[in-house]
Write a protein of this length. Structure first.
Length: 280
């Protein structure tokens, strides 16, 4: 049984969005899950098209305004082609919902809460469909499913992640993220490192529990303890890995990750892919 029932990825056809599609296809193939490629479109409002007399003399103006249905279909199909070219046996479907890109992606993931939602982290084209700091940020804060934010600023190897870093503070919600990260890493046959940031006596217990859970899951994991600012340490250590896994909520306390602080700060600064696990 796959870790996720499906992988959903949004694209607007830009170079960076295509990188997100390729990464989503790699993950879907590694997890043996179907891939759904989505491109949202909007219809022009009458007030955006000028006076009725102008519309009568320029019948093509509505088609040229925004990202129409036909264009969305072509973009989604192009994304599907990118995925199937890399993985011919991958199950790929396309969908072109009408509406705000972030909202439509969230709705698609809502239909199956055990979906993995994939979005490019930045630079998703100049079409206005995906905006840096808008779609990825909104999706990460509102998705009811796990979310993978793909770093798309530079070309990277196309293979599945070889090394996964999982942050834990030993809390119940962090343990949920740890277990999910272990399941993903095992399916992708990736090496795992578990990291805890805080006082050594506290971190020793957290890491021992993490190593035990990894062993029970059939995963060999190394552990790291660091002191300092959790977000800064995670960003720095993630640079040596292909994917960082964090829980999205519930990490509170003096020596623990803070909701809206660590996950949010990390998502804006980490240079590798970030899997945010829905823990509440």
């Amino acid at each position: 049984m796959s870790v996720y029932s499906q992988v959903v990825v949004g694209t607007d056809g830009s170079v960076t969005a295509q990188r997100a599609v390729r990464r989503a296809a790699t993950i879907a193939a590694g997890l043996d899950a179907p891939l759904l490629v989505a491109t949202a479109y909007t219809r022009a409002r009458p007030e955006d098209l000028g006076p009725r007399s102008q519309r009568a003399h320029e019948p093509g103006i509505e088609a040229s305004f925004g990202f129409g249905y036909i264009g969305a279909q072509e973009t989604a199909q192009e994304g599907a082609f990118v995925a199937t070219r890399a993985f011919p046996s991958l199950r790929v479907d396309t969908i072109t919902p009408q509406g705000d890109p972030a909202d439509t992606l969230l709705e698609l993931a809502d239909d199956k809460a055990d979906s993995l939602l994939v979005v490019g982290g930045q630079g998703l084209g100049a079409s206005g469909i995906f905006l840096l700091g808008n779609v990825p940020n909104k999706v990460a804060h509102h998705a009811v499913s796990d979310t993978l934010i793909v770093r798309t600023t530079t070309d990277r190897p196309e293979g599945a992640p070889h090394s996964v870093l999982i942050g834990s503070d030993g809390s119940p919600t962090a343990t949920i993220a740890l277990d999910q990260g272990l399941a993903v890493a095992k399916a992708l046959q990736a090496d795992v490192t578990i990291v805890a940031v805080g006082r050594k006596d506290w971190a020793t217990d957290v890491l021992a529990e993490g190593a035990a859970r990894a062993s029970a899951a059939g995963v060999t994991a190394t552990t790291e303890h660091h002191e300092g600012d959790p977000a800064a340490v995670l960003v720095e250590r993630a640079a040596a890995h292909d994917m960082l896994v964090l829980g999205n909520r519930g990490m509170t306390g003096v020596r623990r990750f803070l909701l809206g602080s660590v996950p949010n700060k990390v998502s804006h600064h980490v240079v590798t892919d970030l899997l945010i696990v829905k823990t509440t």
